[in-house]
Design a protein around this ligand. Sequence first.
Ligand code: AHG
Ligand code: MN
Ligand code: MN
Length: 343
Amino acid sequence: MFNTKLVTLNRHILEEQTAFPDAKGDFTSLMMDLTLAFKIISREVNKAGLVEILGATDEENIQGETVMKLDAFAQDRIFKAMDHGGILCCMASEEVEHIIPIPPKFTKGNYILVFDPLDGSSNIDKNVSIGTIFGVFRRVTPAGDGKLEDVLQQGCKQVAAGYVVYGSSTILVYSTGSGVHGFTLDPSVGEFLLSHPDIRIPHKGKSYSVNEGNFNTWDEGTKAYVQHLKEVDKETQRPYGLRYIGSLVADFHRNLLTGGVFLYPSNCTDPKNPKPKLRLVYEANPLAFLVEAAGGKASTGTQRILDVQPTALHQRVPLVIGSTYDVDQYCQFLARQQAGAPI
Ligand code: AHG
Ligand code: MN
Ligand code: MN
């Protein structure tokens, strides 16, 4: 039997909508269109081994990465679900170099959608959890086609954000800033049903998520912090556990539910030219919006993620995100390193 009263995503958003008297149902329409795309992507992911959707295309994206067939499929499904609803004035995607205009024949709306259509692409053919990440802004330019400045807004200006994990089940987690809620897809009826109401991230975690293989590329503060996590924690009398899936969205989701910290520091082998990997606009910002709404934190190590002013669509940032205690402690290690204090 279901463990919660049957609340569909549609019903939940309509109830949330009443909290926004000036809302004209635009956000409800946006989420309905978006969740249709998620259901279709979930269906393809769940039979990926049986249909010709695995493997790579012969294309390379703006990131210089080989585009996997499922990357392209997810990109295409989201674009086609969102281009005609009259809610958006433009979109931006990890897979597309420039902002994506709404086709001339369709009405332009007042919202912007930024998204990573398929996160964790390296895991696609290995049956490991992957996902989709999205953020929503209100436009800052007057009517008509959206512009780059509509997309390059600080993450704190998002009006909503969310992600989907295509895993043992398909779960959608979203927030409009007041509360974070999880919905599990019941494929037999094609509905996302409320399964995780009011998610709050524990103040302190017991695990950390990082690619330890990059240890030699890290700055000294990060090295010292990760070494510290391996010592016995006074409270739990044991070191932190290491949990790393290699799909940001899946690692984030686990930490959101159980507490913990995810970090992807810059590659600092050339200290004058630190190279972060994760993208600000459609990876770090939406998850930072969610983690703060759930009582956690997200930082570059020196700056709140949601305060970073984007200057380029695909710009990358160092990311530490999760339980407040753990993010704060990491930032203290970096601060001591930068102050030249013993770390
Ligand atoms: P994407 O598949 O959208 O390019 O994102 C992959 C990202 C993120 O999902 C994950 O946390 C990280 O790449 C893993 O990177 P490493 O393989 O370098 O650890
Ligand atoms: Mn990604
Ligand atoms: Mn991606």
